[in-house]
Design a protein around this ligand. Sequence first.
Ligand SMILES: NC(=O)c1ccc[n+]([C@@H]2O[C@H](COP(=O)([O-])OP(=O)(O)OC[C@H]3O[C@@H](n4cnc5c(N)ncnc54)[C@H](OP(=O)(O)O)[C@@H]3O)[C@@H](O)[C@H]2O)c1
Length: 455
Amino acid sequence: MITSKTSVVGLIGWPVSHSVSPAMHNAAFAHLGLDWAYLPLPVDLARPDAVVQAVLGLRALGLRGANVTVPHKQAVMSALDRLTPAAQAIGAVNTIFLDQDGALAGDNTDAPGFIADLREHGVAPAGLSVLVLGAGGSARAVVYGLADAGARTIVIANRTVDRAATLAAEFAPHHPGCRISAVDMDNLPAHAPQADLIVNCTALGMTPQVESSPWPEDLAFRPGQIVYDLVYSPRATRFLQQAAAADAHAIGGIGMLVWQGALAFQRWTGEAAPVAVMRQAVDAVQLPAAPEPIHPPFAGRVRRAVADNAAAIAALNRQVQALHAAAVPDFFKPPSATTFPPDFWQERLAEADVVILVAEHEGMVVGYLYADTTPAIETNSTYARPRFYIHHIGVDAAQRERGAGTALIDAAKAFARREGITLLALTTWTFNEQAVRFFTRAGFEVYNYRMWMTI
Ligand SMILES: NC(=O)c1ccc[n+]([C@@H]2O[C@H](COP(=O)([O-])OP(=O)(O)OC[C@H]3O[C@@H](n4cnc5c(N)ncnc54)[C@H](OP(=O)(O)O)[C@@H]3O)[C@@H](O)[C@H]2O)c1
């Protein structure tokens, strides 16, 4: 119930009709029983002086503060009585609050909001090498936040390289412990591999341009590299899809949105923000749909292997062995023609307890799974149960991204079920994080180097 006593805050921007901030803040006020309300305050860019008038209007109407979003984050600054050091250094304001003496002050909670979300995802910024894409308002906040939190190097890449160079030149003297430099987008291949963290601060990928991405199609992320997209609408952007397809650690911008809101909330109300409630409110908002997945799903079929498939299985197995050799070169030998040759597979195919499945696409064998169903007591302290024991699984790289590996596991489950076997098991090389991620996503439990799944 809004009355004359209700404290009002709002969002200055253009357009603001799709913003999730009103839902997020009003849920927080309701949760804490605060008589506060958060309103959209659209300020049309076309009206001269509109932003300055809007800020004066906040004071005249007795509002308790406001958020500021695109395109007014810089323009509001001149109308405020004072700026926090962060807002001053970043050169943009996203939060206006009433200071103790009644002055209108401008702060920037995007920078600490971004850092808080990184930390929540287990990423400590100190010592990191970071590649920042973009040099607009949000990039300024991200570079400031990272340099302040102890990042070791920051490379800023932007379409308009002069803008990136200006940003680097402006920030570098204030952060002597952090090497800040600028490059143009064509130089991404030279800088991407060294980056621990890559952050998209461009508007590319945002609704309605959901198919666009700042990342070139032919440039690979490193598995495990941390990839952060400030764009949060849609939630799964093309950039994040590219990162996930390369097994990078992909993080969307929703968390930053929540944290910058939580910090603004604290500025206005003096109360600790109910972050979980704010996140729930944002999660409940329906955002525009994500782009089509990059990799169309596996369109082939899985069947039992026959003797004619032995050579194709041997070739795929060499790929698996080569991955082992590349991961642990001091331990594994690079595969040779004598490593699991076609004869070996022909012999296995003739054994009654062996099950070899192949994934086939357009007449080609693109994956295989080799298992046996021999009843076995593994150790004196483990139970003897009939189990479907997977020795190897190997899938051609292109089909792996489409889910051929998952199709093989599904077929293995179906086979085991038909035979009345309720346990799938395997042993994995623990160094191979990619394999561990694959099997846990498929539903296996991990115990040290053993994995199993009850079906
Ligand atoms: N998650 C959050 O809480 C949060 C907070 C703030 C912002 N954001 C999001 O971050 C994004 C950027 O916001 P901003 O305030 O930084 O915007 P901005 O100040 O307008 O900057 C836009 C940036 O995108 C680049 N860009 C735009 N169109 C491009 C194109 N076609 N090709 C290549 N580069 C292009 C610009 O490059 P040029 O310099 O070459 O024009 C510039 O670096 C927005 O999507 C915004 O919603 C999210």
